[in-house]
Design a protein around this ligand. Structure first.
Ligand SMILES: Cc1ncc(COP(=O)(O)O)c(C=O)c1O
Length: 396
Protein backbone atom coordinates (compact mmCIF):
# COMPACT_ATOMS: atom_id res chain seq x y z
CA UNK A 1 0.00 0.00 0.00
CA UNK A 2 -0.41 2.41 -1.62
CA UNK A 3 -0.14 2.14 -5.40
CA UNK A 4 0.37 5.86 -5.89
CA UNK A 5 3.91 5.46 -4.57
CA UNK A 6 4.85 3.80 -7.85
CA UNK A 7 2.96 5.89 -10.40
CA UNK A 8 4.65 5.95 -13.77
CA UNK A 9 4.44 5.81 -17.54
CA UNK A 10 1.78 3.08 -17.62
CA UNK A 11 -0.70 5.19 -15.63
CA UNK A 12 0.13 8.26 -17.75
CA UNK A 13 -0.45 6.39 -21.00
CA UNK A 14 -3.88 5.13 -19.95
CA UNK A 15 -4.98 8.57 -18.76
CA UNK A 16 -3.69 10.22 -21.94
CA UNK A 17 -5.77 7.79 -24.03
CA UNK A 18 -8.85 9.17 -22.31
CA UNK A 19 -7.77 12.79 -22.58
CA UNK A 20 -6.90 12.35 -26.25
CA UNK A 21 -10.40 11.25 -27.22
CA UNK A 22 -12.11 13.47 -24.64
CA UNK A 23 -14.77 11.03 -23.41
CA UNK A 24 -14.57 11.16 -19.63
CA UNK A 25 -17.82 9.29 -19.02
CA UNK A 26 -17.94 5.52 -18.89
CA UNK A 27 -21.24 5.13 -20.74
CA UNK A 28 -22.29 6.28 -24.21
CA UNK A 29 -20.51 8.52 -26.76
CA UNK A 30 -19.55 5.38 -28.73
CA UNK A 31 -18.52 7.21 -31.91
CA UNK A 32 -16.13 9.59 -30.16
CA UNK A 33 -14.24 7.10 -28.03
CA UNK A 34 -11.89 5.54 -30.58
CA UNK A 35 -12.47 2.20 -28.93
CA UNK A 36 -11.48 3.35 -25.44
CA UNK A 37 -13.67 1.88 -22.72
CA UNK A 38 -11.41 2.09 -19.66
CA UNK A 39 -14.06 1.24 -17.05
CA UNK A 40 -15.21 -1.79 -19.06
CA UNK A 41 -11.61 -2.91 -19.56
CA UNK A 42 -10.86 -2.54 -15.88
CA UNK A 43 -13.97 -4.55 -14.99
CA UNK A 44 -12.81 -7.35 -17.30
CA UNK A 45 -9.33 -7.24 -15.78
CA UNK A 46 -10.75 -7.35 -12.25
CA UNK A 47 -12.92 -10.37 -13.15
CA UNK A 48 -9.63 -12.15 -13.91
CA UNK A 49 -7.92 -10.83 -10.76
CA UNK A 50 -10.75 -12.03 -8.55
CA UNK A 51 -11.60 -15.16 -10.62
CA UNK A 52 -15.16 -13.97 -10.51
CA UNK A 53 -17.99 -13.70 -13.01
CA UNK A 54 -18.99 -10.08 -12.49
CA UNK A 55 -17.44 -6.79 -11.40
CA UNK A 56 -19.22 -3.43 -11.32
CA UNK A 57 -17.00 -0.42 -10.85
CA UNK A 58 -18.35 2.46 -8.79
CA UNK A 59 -17.13 5.82 -7.52
CA UNK A 60 -15.65 4.74 -4.16
CA UNK A 61 -15.34 1.89 -1.68
CA UNK A 62 -18.09 3.44 0.41
CA UNK A 63 -20.34 3.43 -2.66
CA UNK A 64 -19.32 -0.18 -3.34
CA UNK A 65 -20.54 -1.29 0.10
CA UNK A 66 -23.84 0.60 -0.26
CA UNK A 67 -24.40 -0.59 -3.83
CA UNK A 68 -23.53 -4.18 -2.88
CA UNK A 69 -26.01 -4.19 0.00
CA UNK A 70 -28.72 -2.50 -2.08
CA UNK A 71 -28.14 -4.98 -4.91
CA UNK A 72 -28.72 -7.81 -2.47
CA UNK A 73 -31.98 -6.19 -1.32
CA UNK A 74 -30.81 -4.78 2.03
CA UNK A 75 -32.79 -1.68 2.99
CA UNK A 76 -34.93 0.15 5.53
CA UNK A 77 -34.92 -1.40 8.97
CA UNK A 78 -32.77 -4.41 8.04
CA UNK A 79 -29.98 -5.23 10.45
CA UNK A 80 -26.49 -5.78 9.10
CA UNK A 81 -23.97 -7.38 11.44
CA UNK A 82 -20.49 -5.87 11.18
CA UNK A 83 -17.33 -5.71 13.31
CA UNK A 84 -16.34 -2.97 15.77
CA UNK A 85 -13.04 -2.52 13.96
CA UNK A 86 -13.25 -1.17 10.40
CA UNK A 87 -13.06 2.14 8.63
CA UNK A 88 -16.11 4.26 9.52
CA UNK A 89 -17.30 3.92 5.89
CA UNK A 90 -18.65 0.39 6.47
CA UNK A 91 -21.06 1.86 9.02
CA UNK A 92 -21.97 4.84 6.82
CA UNK A 93 -22.72 2.63 3.83
CA UNK A 94 -25.32 0.67 5.83
CA UNK A 95 -26.86 3.87 7.21
CA UNK A 96 -27.18 5.30 3.70
CA UNK A 97 -29.78 2.61 2.93
CA UNK A 98 -31.80 3.22 6.08
CA UNK A 99 -30.54 -0.10 7.43
CA UNK A 100 -29.13 -0.65 10.93
CA UNK A 101 -25.47 -1.49 11.61
CA UNK A 102 -25.22 -4.03 14.44
CA UNK A 103 -21.68 -4.01 15.76
CA UNK A 104 -20.19 -7.13 17.29
CA UNK A 105 -16.86 -7.94 18.89
CA UNK A 106 -13.78 -8.98 16.98
CA UNK A 107 -11.38 -11.77 17.92
CA UNK A 108 -7.64 -12.08 17.31
CA UNK A 109 -8.18 -12.17 13.53
CA UNK A 110 -9.11 -8.48 14.04
CA UNK A 111 -12.49 -9.07 12.47
CA UNK A 112 -15.82 -10.76 13.31
CA UNK A 113 -15.85 -13.28 16.15
CA UNK A 114 -18.30 -15.91 14.82
CA UNK A 115 -19.66 -16.60 18.35
CA UNK A 116 -20.60 -12.94 18.68
CA UNK A 117 -22.20 -12.98 15.22
CA UNK A 118 -24.48 -15.88 16.21
CA UNK A 119 -25.49 -14.08 19.40
CA UNK A 120 -26.39 -10.89 17.50
CA UNK A 121 -28.79 -12.51 15.02
CA UNK A 122 -32.43 -11.39 15.37
CA UNK A 123 -35.47 -11.75 13.10
CA UNK A 124 -34.45 -8.41 11.53
CA UNK A 125 -30.95 -9.55 10.53
CA UNK A 126 -30.53 -9.55 6.77
CA UNK A 127 -26.78 -9.71 6.23
CA UNK A 128 -23.45 -10.39 7.87
CA UNK A 129 -20.61 -8.19 6.65
CA UNK A 130 -17.09 -9.34 7.41
CA UNK A 131 -14.45 -6.64 7.02
CA UNK A 132 -11.14 -8.01 5.81
CA UNK A 133 -9.18 -5.45 7.78
CA UNK A 134 -5.59 -4.57 7.06
CA UNK A 135 -5.10 -7.19 4.38
CA UNK A 136 -6.23 -10.28 6.29
CA UNK A 137 -9.52 -12.10 6.83
CA UNK A 138 -12.14 -13.52 9.12
CA UNK A 139 -13.16 -17.15 9.71
CA UNK A 140 -14.72 -17.44 6.28
CA UNK A 141 -16.00 -21.04 6.48
CA UNK A 142 -17.61 -20.55 9.88
CA UNK A 143 -19.17 -17.25 8.86
CA UNK A 144 -20.47 -18.80 5.63
CA UNK A 145 -22.02 -21.67 7.63
CA UNK A 146 -23.73 -19.21 9.98
CA UNK A 147 -25.13 -17.27 7.03
CA UNK A 148 -26.39 -20.46 5.37
CA UNK A 149 -27.97 -21.70 8.59
CA UNK A 150 -29.87 -18.46 9.16
CA UNK A 151 -30.49 -17.65 5.50
CA UNK A 152 -28.47 -14.42 5.62
CA UNK A 153 -26.61 -12.59 2.88
CA UNK A 154 -22.84 -12.84 3.34
CA UNK A 155 -20.97 -9.67 2.40
CA UNK A 156 -17.22 -9.02 2.31
CA UNK A 157 -15.91 -5.53 2.77
CA UNK A 158 -12.52 -6.29 1.26
CA UNK A 159 -11.68 -2.63 0.67
CA UNK A 160 -8.30 -3.07 2.40
CA UNK A 161 -7.51 -6.57 1.21
CA UNK A 162 -6.84 -6.72 -2.51
CA UNK A 163 -4.29 -9.46 -3.19
CA UNK A 164 -5.08 -11.60 -0.13
CA UNK A 165 -6.68 -15.03 -0.42
CA UNK A 166 -8.40 -17.79 1.55
CA UNK A 167 -8.04 -21.42 0.52
CA UNK A 168 -6.89 -20.25 -2.89
CA UNK A 169 -9.78 -17.84 -3.46
CA UNK A 170 -9.11 -14.10 -3.69
CA UNK A 171 -10.48 -12.15 -0.73
CA UNK A 172 -13.55 -10.22 -1.83
CA UNK A 173 -14.72 -13.06 -4.07
CA UNK A 174 -15.69 -15.56 -1.38
CA UNK A 175 -18.92 -14.18 0.10
CA UNK A 176 -22.14 -13.59 -1.87
CA UNK A 177 -20.90 -10.14 -2.74
CA UNK A 178 -17.60 -8.34 -2.13
CA UNK A 179 -16.50 -4.72 -2.10
CA UNK A 180 -13.21 -2.99 -2.90
CA UNK A 181 -11.89 0.52 -2.58
CA UNK A 182 -9.42 2.07 -4.99
CA UNK A 183 -9.07 5.35 -3.13
CA UNK A 184 -5.75 7.15 -3.02
CA UNK A 185 -4.21 5.11 -0.20
CA UNK A 186 -5.08 1.59 -1.36
CA UNK A 187 -2.71 -1.00 -2.85
CA UNK A 188 -4.31 -0.34 -6.24
CA UNK A 189 -5.62 3.18 -6.66
CA UNK A 190 -7.86 4.92 -9.19
CA UNK A 191 -7.52 8.20 -7.26
CA UNK A 192 -11.10 7.50 -6.19
CA UNK A 193 -13.03 4.38 -7.10
CA UNK A 194 -14.49 1.12 -5.90
CA UNK A 195 -15.83 -2.21 -7.12
CA UNK A 196 -18.66 -4.61 -6.39
CA UNK A 197 -17.64 -8.22 -7.02
CA UNK A 198 -20.03 -11.16 -7.29
CA UNK A 199 -20.82 -14.44 -9.01
CA UNK A 200 -24.54 -13.74 -8.73
CA UNK A 201 -25.88 -12.37 -11.98
CA UNK A 202 -28.88 -10.80 -10.29
CA UNK A 203 -26.73 -8.82 -7.85
CA UNK A 204 -24.47 -7.70 -10.68
CA UNK A 205 -27.35 -6.53 -12.86
CA UNK A 206 -28.83 -4.70 -9.88
CA UNK A 207 -25.46 -3.06 -9.13
CA UNK A 208 -25.01 -2.05 -12.78
CA UNK A 209 -28.41 -0.35 -12.92
CA UNK A 210 -28.52 1.03 -9.37
CA UNK A 211 -25.15 2.76 -9.68
CA UNK A 212 -26.36 4.65 -12.77
CA UNK A 213 -29.82 6.06 -11.98
CA UNK A 214 -31.48 2.71 -12.66
CA UNK A 215 -30.47 2.70 -16.36
CA UNK A 216 -30.83 -0.75 -17.90
CA UNK A 217 -27.86 -0.16 -20.27
CA UNK A 218 -29.60 -1.92 -23.14
CA UNK A 219 -28.86 -0.61 -26.64
CA UNK A 220 -26.70 2.41 -27.39
CA UNK A 221 -29.11 5.30 -26.98
CA UNK A 222 -28.85 6.40 -23.37
CA UNK A 223 -31.95 8.58 -23.62
CA UNK A 224 -34.05 5.62 -24.76
CA UNK A 225 -32.95 3.27 -21.99
CA UNK A 226 -35.60 2.17 -19.52
CA UNK A 227 -35.28 2.27 -15.73
CA UNK A 228 -36.53 -0.90 -14.09
CA UNK A 229 -36.07 0.60 -10.62
CA UNK A 230 -34.78 3.56 -8.61
CA UNK A 231 -31.07 4.22 -8.82
CA UNK A 232 -28.51 6.89 -8.03
CA UNK A 233 -25.21 8.04 -9.47
CA UNK A 234 -22.25 6.08 -8.14
CA UNK A 235 -20.44 6.00 -11.51
CA UNK A 236 -16.67 5.92 -11.85
CA UNK A 237 -15.19 8.25 -14.48
CA UNK A 238 -13.03 7.05 -17.36
CA UNK A 239 -10.09 9.03 -15.97
CA UNK A 240 -10.21 7.22 -12.66
CA UNK A 241 -10.72 3.87 -14.35
CA UNK A 242 -7.72 4.52 -16.62
CA UNK A 243 -5.42 4.95 -13.62
CA UNK A 244 -6.80 1.76 -12.07
CA UNK A 245 -6.31 -0.17 -15.30
CA UNK A 246 -2.59 0.56 -15.32
CA UNK A 247 -2.35 -0.16 -11.61
CA UNK A 248 -4.20 -3.48 -11.58
CA UNK A 249 -1.83 -4.89 -14.16
CA UNK A 250 0.92 -4.21 -11.62
CA UNK A 251 -0.86 -5.95 -8.74
CA UNK A 252 1.38 -9.05 -8.68
CA UNK A 253 4.46 -6.79 -8.59
CA UNK A 254 2.97 -4.69 -5.76
CA UNK A 255 2.04 -7.76 -3.69
CA UNK A 256 5.55 -9.18 -4.10
CA UNK A 257 7.06 -5.95 -2.80
CA UNK A 258 4.59 -5.83 0.10
CA UNK A 259 5.37 -9.44 0.97
CA UNK A 260 9.13 -8.84 0.98
CA UNK A 261 8.84 -5.73 3.17
CA UNK A 262 6.30 -7.34 5.53
CA UNK A 263 8.44 -10.46 5.92
CA UNK A 264 11.59 -8.51 6.82
CA UNK A 265 9.83 -6.59 9.60
CA UNK A 266 7.95 -9.64 10.86
CA UNK A 267 11.12 -11.71 11.04
CA UNK A 268 12.86 -9.09 13.22
CA UNK A 269 9.85 -8.46 15.51
CA UNK A 270 9.12 -12.15 15.95
CA UNK A 271 12.33 -12.49 17.99
CA UNK A 272 10.90 -10.20 20.69
CA UNK A 273 8.98 -12.20 23.34
CA UNK A 274 6.56 -9.31 24.02
CA UNK A 275 5.39 -9.29 20.38
CA UNK A 276 2.68 -11.60 19.02
CA UNK A 277 0.86 -11.41 15.69
CA UNK A 278 -2.75 -11.33 14.60
CA UNK A 279 -4.12 -14.73 13.79
CA UNK A 280 -4.72 -15.64 10.16
CA UNK A 281 -7.28 -18.44 9.59
CA UNK A 282 -5.78 -21.67 8.25
CA UNK A 283 -5.65 -21.53 4.47
CA UNK A 284 -5.45 -17.75 4.48
CA UNK A 285 -2.78 -15.60 2.87
CA UNK A 286 -2.58 -11.94 3.79
CA UNK A 287 -2.14 -9.24 1.17
CA UNK A 288 0.78 -7.97 3.26
CA UNK A 289 -0.57 -4.42 3.10
CA UNK A 290 -0.07 -4.12 6.88
CA UNK A 291 1.82 -5.98 9.55
CA UNK A 292 -0.43 -6.23 12.62
CA UNK A 293 1.09 -7.14 15.94
CA UNK A 294 0.08 -7.19 19.59
CA UNK A 295 2.04 -5.77 22.51
CA UNK A 296 1.45 -6.87 26.12
CA UNK A 297 -1.05 -4.16 27.15
CA UNK A 298 -2.53 -0.75 26.38
CA UNK A 299 0.12 1.22 28.21
CA UNK A 300 2.91 -0.63 26.40
CA UNK A 301 1.23 -0.06 23.02
CA UNK A 302 0.69 3.64 23.73
CA UNK A 303 4.35 4.07 24.67
CA UNK A 304 5.50 2.19 21.57
CA UNK A 305 3.19 4.22 19.33
CA UNK A 306 4.48 7.49 20.78
CA UNK A 307 8.12 6.40 20.52
CA UNK A 308 7.63 5.27 16.90
CA UNK A 309 6.34 8.76 16.04
CA UNK A 310 9.16 10.51 17.87
CA UNK A 311 11.77 8.37 16.12
CA UNK A 312 10.54 8.76 12.56
CA UNK A 313 8.79 5.38 12.27
CA UNK A 314 5.76 6.63 10.39
CA UNK A 315 2.48 4.90 9.47
CA UNK A 316 2.25 2.72 12.59
CA UNK A 317 -1.37 3.01 13.68
CA UNK A 318 -2.59 2.43 17.22
CA UNK A 319 -6.29 2.24 16.39
CA UNK A 320 -7.46 2.34 20.01
CA UNK A 321 -6.79 6.07 20.04
CA UNK A 322 -7.72 6.66 16.39
CA UNK A 323 -10.94 8.47 15.44
CA UNK A 324 -11.82 6.63 12.24
CA UNK A 325 -11.28 2.91 12.57
CA UNK A 326 -12.65 1.81 15.90
CA UNK A 327 -16.03 2.23 17.61
CA UNK A 328 -14.48 3.68 20.79
CA UNK A 329 -14.09 7.13 19.23
CA UNK A 330 -17.12 7.21 16.94
CA UNK A 331 -19.00 9.67 19.14
CA UNK A 332 -20.78 11.32 16.20
CA UNK A 333 -22.32 7.95 15.37
CA UNK A 334 -23.09 6.94 18.95
CA UNK A 335 -24.87 10.29 19.35
CA UNK A 336 -26.44 9.98 15.87
CA UNK A 337 -25.36 13.41 14.73
CA UNK A 338 -26.88 13.89 11.30
CA UNK A 339 -27.62 16.86 9.09
CA UNK A 340 -31.07 15.49 8.36
CA UNK A 341 -33.65 13.55 10.39
CA UNK A 342 -32.96 9.84 10.80
CA UNK A 343 -35.86 7.40 10.79
CA UNK A 344 -37.26 6.32 14.15
CA UNK A 345 -36.54 2.72 13.22
CA UNK A 346 -32.81 3.41 12.80
CA UNK A 347 -32.74 5.62 15.91
CA UNK A 348 -34.23 2.82 17.97
CA UNK A 349 -32.05 0.24 16.31
CA UNK A 350 -28.92 2.16 17.28
CA UNK A 351 -29.87 2.84 20.92
CA UNK A 352 -27.57 0.02 21.98
CA UNK A 353 -24.53 2.07 20.95
CA UNK A 354 -25.16 4.56 23.78
CA UNK A 355 -24.55 1.97 26.49
CA UNK A 356 -22.94 -1.09 24.95
CA UNK A 357 -19.27 -1.72 25.67
CA UNK A 358 -17.02 -3.93 23.57
CA UNK A 359 -14.56 -5.28 26.11
CA UNK A 360 -13.38 -8.17 23.98
CA UNK A 361 -12.61 -5.87 21.05
CA UNK A 362 -10.87 -3.45 23.44
CA UNK A 363 -8.47 -6.16 24.58
CA UNK A 364 -7.29 -6.67 20.99
CA UNK A 365 -7.35 -3.11 19.67
CA UNK A 366 -5.74 -1.65 22.80
CA UNK A 367 -2.69 -3.86 22.25
CA UNK A 368 -2.59 -3.78 18.47
CA UNK A 369 -0.22 -1.81 16.29
CA UNK A 370 -0.74 -1.82 12.50
CA UNK A 371 2.35 -0.98 10.52
CA UNK A 372 1.51 0.07 6.99
CA UNK A 373 3.78 -1.62 4.45
CA UNK A 374 4.97 0.82 1.82
CA UNK A 375 5.92 -0.07 -1.72
CA UNK A 376 8.57 2.61 -2.07
CA UNK A 377 10.86 1.30 0.69
CA UNK A 378 14.12 -0.24 -0.42
CA UNK A 379 15.38 -3.39 1.27
CA UNK A 380 17.81 -1.23 3.24
CA UNK A 381 14.98 1.12 4.33
CA UNK A 382 12.94 -1.81 5.61
CA UNK A 383 15.87 -3.39 7.44
CA UNK A 384 16.66 -0.11 9.15
CA UNK A 385 12.99 0.41 10.03
CA UNK A 386 12.66 -3.10 11.45
CA UNK A 387 15.78 -2.72 13.62
CA UNK A 388 14.59 0.65 14.90
CA UNK A 389 11.13 -0.74 15.73
CA UNK A 390 12.71 -3.64 17.60
CA UNK A 391 15.01 -1.32 19.57
CA UNK A 392 12.06 0.85 20.58
CA UNK A 393 9.91 -2.10 21.68
CA UNK A 394 12.78 -3.63 23.66
CA UNK A 395 13.44 -0.31 25.40
CA UNK A 396 9.91 -0.08 26.86
C1 LIG B 1 -12.66 -1.29 5.33
C2 LIG B 1 -13.05 -0.14 4.46
N1 LIG B 1 -14.29 -0.06 3.95
C3 LIG B 1 -14.66 0.96 3.15
C4 LIG B 1 -13.78 1.96 2.80
C5 LIG B 1 -14.24 3.08 1.94
O1 LIG B 1 -13.50 3.26 0.80
P1 LIG B 1 -13.46 4.68 0.06
O2 LIG B 1 -12.46 5.53 0.78
O3 LIG B 1 -13.00 4.35 -1.31
O4 LIG B 1 -14.82 5.24 0.08
C6 LIG B 1 -12.47 1.92 3.30
C7 LIG B 1 -11.50 2.99 2.97
O5 LIG B 1 -10.50 3.17 3.61
C8 LIG B 1 -12.10 0.85 4.15
O6 LIG B 1 -10.87 0.78 4.66
Amino acid sequence: MPGFELFGDLERKEVNDVLDNGVLMRYGFDAMRNGHWKAKELEAELCKTFSTDYVQLVSSGTAAVSVALASAGVGAGDEVIMPTFTFVASFEAIMMLGAIPVLVDIDDTLTLDPKEVEKAITPKTKAVMVVQMCGSMGHMDTLRAICNKHNLIFVEDACQAIGGSYKGKPLGSIADVGCFSFDFVKTITCGEGGAVVTNKKEYYTNADHYSDHGHDHIGNDRGAETHPFLGYNFRISELNAAVGLAQVRRLPEFIEIQKRNYSIIREVLSKIPEVTFRSVPEGGKESYAFLNFFLPDLEFARKASQAFKENGIDACFHYYDNNWHYIRKWDHLKELKSLYPISNEVKEGLQYLKTRTFKQSDTYIARNISSLIKLSWTKEDVNARAQKMAEIIKSI
